[in-house]
Design a protein around this ligand. Sequence first.
Ligand SMILES: [Zn+2]
Length: 290
Amino acid sequence: MTTQIKLGNLTIHRIVEQEGPFFDVLKFFPTLTKELLEENRAWLQPRFVDPADQLMLCIQSYLVRTPHHNILVDTCVGNHKPRPTRPFWNMMKSDRFEKNLAATGLGVGDIDFVMCTHLHTDHVGWNTRLDNGRWVPTFPKARYVFADRELDYWTKRQKDDAAAVPWVTDSVLPIVAANRADVVKSAHALNDLVTLIPTPGHSIDHYSVQVGKPGADAVITGDMIHSPLQARYPEFGMMSDYDSKQAGQSRRELFGRFCDTSTLMCTAHFPSPSTGRFVRWKDAFDFKPT
Ligand SMILES: [Zn+2]
């Protein structure tokens, strides 16, 4: 299934690869206490947290069609990729992503830009596919847009300990080797319809993507937020943050800027419909799905 969102002369599709319970919520948010979980259980369950206290997450890409370009933001987990520390993502053989992409009417050859909000395993997987034992770009015409400090950081991590970051080896570095990478600042503007917004913290140089014109725009947030719990409590870090304090500041800044406006927020991991708007809630924010 794909969902189509019209915003002025843009169309946004969600391309879902997986959806379901993934991680224990108390492990996922290390500073979340049992008491605060109980206080919030009534609205979190069953939609955002399942009966076993697993976080309900969606793994998906956003496809943005502008009058000029077809842009894919983040590329999920991918197939045939060894992920020994994540059994549910290890050596996947799923046709769901490809079928959902095909359902938009576009093929891999129609994508002009692939934008990776950051270089974690569930955001770079379909960057490449296996071709006769080699990892080649999945989207043959696309330029892949990476933030410069993000790419530097993961390139160094891979050089220091390749076994710890297999996704960099199979899904990031082959793009660089094939000369398909556009390495940019995380505040880069592609044109007047597509701008990157630096939202660091979850990773060193994470960016979000703003698309559209005032009054008909959206922000694709990547992993600067994982659960609506982090809207109400922006200071909650998640377990694989690079700098949780900075991630909290990014949430306060971005949601402060867009809350109570018409800007549609397209989150990477909230369960379907994943999109909505932020509104003021006490000294923080709340998420209203739309
Ligand atoms: Zn993620």
